[in-house]
Design a protein around this ligand. Structure first.
Ligand SMILES: C[S@@+](CC[C@H](N)C(=O)[O-])C[C@H]1O[C@@H](n2cnc3c(N)ncnc32)[C@H](O)[C@@H]1O
Length: 366
């Protein structure tokens, strides 16, 4: 679909659209085949009142142009008290677009900066040559804003299905509403750099996404994708399969499959495969182990773990609300109790969990 600059927000927000009908929960056979515990399991597990010392203390403006988009983009959908994007094609976004979740995204942006030692990308960009940059699924917009600050001569466009980006931004940034799963309408050979971070559970067809990126990338330009695994692991067995964190990848993975937007981007190597199939060359990637919480004995890793913990803690309910309630058919209570267990496990320093992150980049041949 055509991307649309965003006009000023209407003064009174329209009534939210009704959520879709509740889907059927998985049958007992389906659960068994997946290794998933039933949703009702979580209510039977005592949460206890023990608290842990987690050890943390130790360490473009929206273009108000003539072409204004219909106010329906502000017609948010409400699911159990959280809001989600409005009508943009047939896009379906599992992440809330309310203040609480945007704050979690902002903390995640900081976590990524800490993780990559302050770098906004790993692609070998030539600062003097970068003129036009696209950030797909920009979320809070902070990456696009930071990039624009660092590259003042580049024009940066951030796209998303939700108009949640700030209005006070450097003059060389603008945000547009665009569904990345539709054919891109940006000009061919127009971007020096296309950045896509954390589009897990967002993209319907990763090959198609990279084909679009290939077409719109200038010869010699780069595409970069950062994706995280949703399966939480541990090397010492502290994350058990039947724990809330051990189940996370199973239920979210199934939810992504049902939604037609896979979460298994890392597991299925979708970034590298998609770049290769589209024609990008010199594809490289870095796989990074991201500790969950501050358990790691190395100070730097513990600091990274703290930021990931803060990002997830800022809105753990927001990460599971849509998928468990609306896609997997859990009740709101089952979802809440599961989220409480997951939060408690993130905070338990005896759990030495981590997830994998892949930064992949490739160049369009000249
Ligand atoms: C996990 S957030 C990542 C945000 C940002 N890239 C970052 O790393 O901070 C995923 C973003 O994708 C957006 N999104 C969901 N479906 C989309 C679609 N079909 N097209 C474009 N953006 C989409 C969501 O609104 C959300 O802001």
């Amino acid at each position: 679909m055509a991307s649309s600059p965003i006009s000023d927000q209407p003064s009174s927000p329209p009534a939210p659209a009704a959520p879709s009908a509740q889907p059927a929960p998985l049958t007992a056979e389906e659960q068994q085949a997946l290794g998933a515990l039933p949703a009702s399991h979580w209510a039977q597990q005592p949460l206890g009142d023990d608290t842990f010392d987690d050890g943390a203390s130790s360490i473009g403006s929206f273009t108000s142009t003539t072409a204004s988009l219909s106010s329906s983009i502000y017609n948010y959908r409400t699911v159990h008290g959280r809001t989600y994007h409005g009508e943009v094609g047939n896009a379906e976004s599992w992440q809330p677009n309310d203040e609480r979740h945007v704050e979690a995204m902002e903390i995640f942006h900081h976590a990524m900066l800490v993780q990559l030692d302050g770098k906004l990308h790993l692609s070998p960009l030539d600062k003097k040559k970068v003129q036009k940059v696209l950030d797909v699924g920009t979320g809070s917009g902070l990456w696009a804003i930071d990039f624009a600050d660092e590259y003042p001569n580049a024009e940066v466009i951030g796209t998303d299905v939700s108009p949640i980006q700030p209005t006070w931004v450097p003059p060389n940034v603008k945000f547009e509403i665009d569904d990345c799963n539709q054919e891109w309408t940006f000009n061919e050979n127009s971007f020096d750099f296309i950045h896509m971070r954390m589009l897990v559970g967002v993209v319907t067809d990763w090959n198609e996404l990279f084909l679009n990126a290939f077409r719109c990338c200038k010869p010699g330009g780069y595409v970069e994708s950062i994706g995280a695994s949703i399966s939480f692991q541990s090397d010492d067995g502290s994350i058990k399969k039947e724990s809330a964190l051990g189940q996370w990848g199973i239920v979210m993975g199934e939810g992504g499959k049902k939604m037609g937007r896979p979460f298994t981007v890392y597991e299925d190597d979708l970034q590298r495969k998609g770049m290769e199939a589209a024609g990008f060359v010199d594809i490289q990637y870095e796989d990074i182990q991201c500790p969950m919480g501050v358990w790691h004995p190395e100070k730097k890793a513990a600091e990274r773990g703290l930021w990931y913990k803060l990002a997830i803690e800022a809105d753990l309910d927001g990460y599971v609300n849509y998928i468990l309630n609306l896609v997997m058919g859990w009740t709101p209570d089952e979802t809440k109790v599961y989220a409480a267990h997951a939060k408690k496990e993130w905070n338990n320093p005896k759990n030495h969990g981590y997830f994998m992150l892949r930064v992949a980049w490739g160049r369009k041949p000249e």
